[in-house]
Design a protein around this ligand. Structure first.
Ligand code: FAD
Length: 530
């Protein structure tokens, strides 16, 4: 017999497996020695009231064998065993590229994955060089390398784009490759940066075990185009690789790819995006506000927040919103070229650092891009790059060589237009320099940010104070460019056999949506050309 019930408990009882099981047994009047299997299906925290409650949708199997937790099975076939298996090229080993490759295998196509960066293990050395020595390797960094931008991240796995694919399937694939099965249950699942590298390496192993290829340190620098049909790609070492189609999943930081497309006269378009700063507070301040208690105790997870408001600048309405909040996390230097400075955030699985950080960004309008009009569809990219270079110079003003020291200002000082005499301790390893952030960012970002912060300060006590600091610049929230494709077939609108995919192409905004888009592009490529 299967019982389905919704249970509401205090965090102390909900997160203690024995206490939770006992409670469920009592509700169903089961004897303590019953072999019943209790399974959580979905779990969410409700911290709106004074009493924090955890809601758990539960299934109990009495005298019944529960079905397997996950339906997904790693690929059973080996595409290299079949002489007739065609091959397809996947450019980029981020979530979009890896999930595209796995799906191609399931559909009987051999993927050749080409990744400009290093494997996860070697990538660690490059990250250490950025953090400690301020050296940015343009091929291997927080955005480039195995697993893409998602590897050294928070690994948040929630998405609003549930209509674009099967979220449960993506989560199951992560679980089959080593992620905790809690991600199938939590309303806001995340993996954590300490666990993601192993999960990513296991995804690669599945591709290799099934006969696919993954080549690291292999940068695509040109396209083999014949009569508006993409035959294959050329790598930096001059190798030519061909296939029945090319899935281009190079992410939003592969600026050279956007320039290549423009040079090869392949249609690209400007896309709305947002830029701003990262804001950092003590995690305890966020916990106190969200949980209405002096500290969160042993059971509650580090609290997160999501803030959004509308502001008006020069008569134009602009959204200001928090983005990619990392509770108990770290701010990281996410630039992809020397002389640029970009901040982003990540968290370990336990989210146990004492800091909370979040992007705080402002929508960029067409008007802001007027000075870059000569760049055509790459105007947003040019503004982004200008800001990143300027932030690098402002942060490293006192240094004699380019540094990853980030410009920063205390939050209330920023809003009041006062340079901070001292900054707070930070999770950002390369260090901070106190500057006037109004000199780092243009007015169309500074003024809406100030207005937004006033509003957020009213909504969350302590948020707008000198107990937090803003750190610049958060410029890579999403791609400023779209590579247009057919709505149904995912094929480029002009070039046959080219499948623009994932975040860089403008069809995803996070790990799960990128993974879903990878699967979708693989399916469309196979249905058109296999
Ligand atoms: P990417 O992950 O960017 O992958 C593109 C890959 O293509 C890269 O590995 C790159 O090296 C490779 N590539 C680029 N050019 C070439 C070339 N010419 N030749 C060969 N290879 C090339 N999202 C979430 O959902 N949750 C989070 O918690 C989260 N935290 C983040 C934290 C950080 C620090 C960062 C930087 C991002 C975070 N994101 C998060 C965003 C998320 O990582 C991206 O949305 C996602 O990775 C996009 O997937 P993608 O496969 O489309 O592109």
């Amino acid at each position: 017999m299967i019982h389905q019930l919704s249970v509401t408990l205090s965090p102390e009882h909900a997160y203690d497996d024995a206490a939770f099981r006992e409670h469920v047994f009592q509700l169903l009047r089961l004897s303590t020695d019953s072999p019943a299997v209790v399974r959580k299906r979905r779990q969410s925290i409700d911290a709106r009231g004074r009493q924090i409650r955890v809601h758990i949708d539960t299934e109990v199997f009495v005298n019944e064998t529960p079905p397997p937790l996950i339906q997904y099975k790693k690929p059973q076939t080996n595409v290299s065993d079949s002489t007739s298996a065609p091959q397809a090229i996947v450019v980029g080993a981020g979530p979009a590229g890896l999930f595209a490759a796995l799906r191609l295998i399931e559909l009987g196509v051999k993927p050749i994955v080409l990744e400009r960066g290093s494997d996860v293990r070697s990538r660690r050395r490059d990250l250490a060089a950025i953090n400690k020595d301020h050296i940015v390797n343009p091929e291997s960094n927080y955005c480039f390398g195995e697993g893409g931008a998602g590897t050294y991240s928070d690994g948040k796995l929630y998405t609003r784009s549930t209509k674009r694919g099967d979220v449960r399937r993506i989560l199951e694939i992560f679980v089959a490759h080593g992620a905790t099965d809690e991600i199938l249950v939590d309303a806001h699942p995340h993996i954590g940066t300490n666990k993601l590298p192993n999960v990513v390496a296991d995804l690669r192993q599945s591709i290799l075990d099934a006969g696919g290829e993954v080549r690291f340190n292999t940068k695509v620098t040109d396209l083999i185009l014949e009569n508006n049909e993409l035959k294959g790609v050329v790598t930096a070492t001059g190798d030519e690789l061909t296939g029945i189609g090319v899935i281009l999943a190079t992410g939003h930081s592969a600026r050279d790819i956007f320039y290549l497309l423009q040079a090869r006269k392949i249609l690209i378009e400007a896309k709305p995006f947002a830029m701003g700063v990262r804001i950092e507070h003590q995690q305890s301040l966020i916990d106190q506000f969200q949980y209405h208690r002096p500290n969160r105790g042993d059971y509650l997870p580090a609290a997160s927040y999501s803030l959004v408001t509308q502001t008006r600048f020069n008569g134009v309405e602009r959204g200001v919103f928090s983005f990619c909040m990392c509770p108990g996390g770290f701010i990281v230097p996410a630039a992809t070229a020397p002389g640029e400075l970009v901040v982003n955030g990540m968290s370990p699985s336990r989210r146990d650092s004492k800091y909370a950080n979040s992007g705080l960004v402002v929508a960029i309008t067409d008007n802001d891009l007027k000075p870059y009009a000569d760049e055509g569809p790459l105007a947003g990219l040019a503004l982004q790059q200008d800001l990143e270079r300027w932030a690098c110079r402002m942060g490293g003003k006192s240094k004699d060589q380019p540094s990853q020291t980030a410009p920063a200002q205390l939050v209330a000082d920023f809003v009041d237009g006062r340079v901070s005499s001292e900054l707070l301790p930070t999770s950002y390893q390369p260090g901070l320099a106190s500057v006037d952030m109004a000199e780092v960012l243009p007015d169309h970002i500074v003024q809406p940010l100030r207005e937004g912060l006033r509003d957020f300060g009213r909504k969350m006590r302590g948020y707008l104070s000198n107990d937090g600091q803003v750190i610049g610049v958060e410029s890579r929230t999403s791609s400023p460019v779209r590579i247009p494709r057919d709505r149904d077939t995912c094929e480029h609108v002009q070039v046959r056999r080219l499948f623009p995919c994932g975040e860089g192409a403008g069809y995803a905004g996070g790990i799960v949506s990128a993974a879903m888009d990878g699967e979708r592009c693989a399916e469309q490529l196979v249905s058109l050309y296999k």
